[in-house]
Unconditional design. Structure first.
Length: 386
């Protein structure tokens, strides 16, 4: 295979998972804006996700959030997805919207509350069995607001115990992905604040527990690509929650604020073998002021562009420059790839797959936005950012 053919093959096989909650109405803590044509049911969210896949050819799976996407029959929901060329992706648990979880969920001081949280996580694994989902994605809002509020050490023990119970319930081929976030909603001590804490728990659990890197969950200036390289080196990178941020957990379109950072991350993914290693490339975004489906299409394209640039890095030239200590040349090799306009290449890749080379235009021309705006009245809130 020529080098160009290998790059094209890698781009064709890359899949980006879109989140069900990105299709619903969302906002900030100040205001949820409603948009015309927004889905009213989990099924309609899948109908919209199918459009993203139809025009990009690169978004075949959809993550669910429980209980936001509660249905009576999950196997039927999986069939609804399959009928539209999709499969159901990660099941995201939610232990942060119940009064009982005021002081935490799996780290709560009371055993009965911890049990309730663990029962929810086990129910999520039941859902995975019905949907055929591979990944259980865990993000805990647990933490404390004041020094002395609870015992930090003991909260880690409670967390480890809960994770071990759920890990033991995973079926063949299922994984547990543990997400970290440095602050919010807790402000003094978050129980899973960083990749190191998540990594330590995953290491203790076993090979099917891996870390999720949400790109919005770091302090400003954090070198996220270093974290990616470190986790990949130990086969502990389960996936990404992609989004972009200017300040904190902004949940804006991936690659919008800092496309160079996304390129640096994708370079480490390519370098570490993450493109073929089961790493899940998920979006975790909300589109509060922009039209949702085109924003998700744009996000998928942004991931593809960063990946294409990362694949174009001349690894031999880079290694030679690095070995000879040629700092400027090494940097130039990387920047050459970053500064390449990969849009014509991606247009070609799409056309070779029988797709329109311009996914944004193709979606606009499809009339889906007008059709859903006329047909759907009373769209569902995403559940997040309310
Ligand atoms: C938390 O901020 C988070 O990033 C977690 O991934 C959640 O699952 C997601 O937001 C949606 O609540
Ligand atoms: Mn996330
Ligand atoms: Mn987040």
């Amino acid at each position: 295979m020529t080098e160009l053919a290998a790059v094209k093959a890698a781009l064709t096989s890359q899949a980006v998972e879109t989140p069900s909650w990105a299709y619903g109405n969302s906002g900030t803590r100040f205001k949820v804006f409603t948009q015309p044509g927004v889905p009213r049911t989990p099924q309609e969210k899948l109908d919209d996700a199918a459009k993203v896949h139809e025009f990009t050819g690169a978004a075949p799976t959809v993550a669910l959030h429980i209980p936001w996407d509660t249905v009576d029959d999950y196997a039927a929901l999986a069939r609804h997805a399959r009928d539209r060329g999709l499969t159901l992706g990660a099941i995201n648990s939610n232990t942060f919207q119940d009064d009982d979880f005021r002081l935490g969920s799996v780290c709560h001081p009371e055993p009965a509350v911890r049990r309730k949280a663990v029962d929810h996580l086990l129910a999520c694994v039941d859902i995975m069995d019905a949907t055929g989902s591979r990944d259980l994605k865990l993000w805990f809002a647990d933490g404390t607001n004041y020094p002395g509020q609870d015992d930090i050490h003991e909260r880690q023990d409670r967390l480890a115990e809960a994770l071990a119970t759920v890990y033991g319930r995973l079926g063949e081929g299922q994984r547990m992905l543990l997400e970290y976030k440095f602050f919010e909603p807790a402000f003094y001590a978050t129980d899973v604040p960083d990749w190191g804490t998540a990594y330590a728990h995953c290491l203790e659990l076993g090979p099917r527990a891996q870390v999720v890197v949400d790109t919005g969950h770091h302090a400003p200036g954090t070198n996220i690509e270093f974290i990616v390289a470190t986790l990949l080196r130990r086969s502990k990178l389960g996936g990404f929650d992609f989004n972009s941020r200017f300040y904190a957990d902004d949940d804006l379109m991936v690659g919008a604020a800092d496309p160079f950072q996304l390129f640096r991350i994708m370079y480490e993914v390519v370098r570490g073998g993450g493109l073929t290693d089961g790493v899940a490339f998920m979006l975790d975004q909300c589109h509060n002021i922009e039209a949702k489906i085109p924003a998700i299409i744009r996000s998928v394209m942004n991931v593809q562009e960063a990946t294409a640039k990362a694949l174009l890095v001349d690894r031999h030239a880079l290694a030679a420059a690095q070995r000879s200590g040629d700092v400027l040349e090494a940097n130039a090799v990387l920047m050459d790839a970053y500064n390449t306009d990969v849009r014509p290449l991606l247009t070609e890749v799409r056309e070779e797959q029988g797709l329109d080379g311009d996914p944004m235009g193709a979606y606009r021309r499809s009339g889906w936005a007008e059709k859903t705006a006329a047909e759907r009245v009373g769209g569902q809130q995403a559940g997040w950012g309310a």
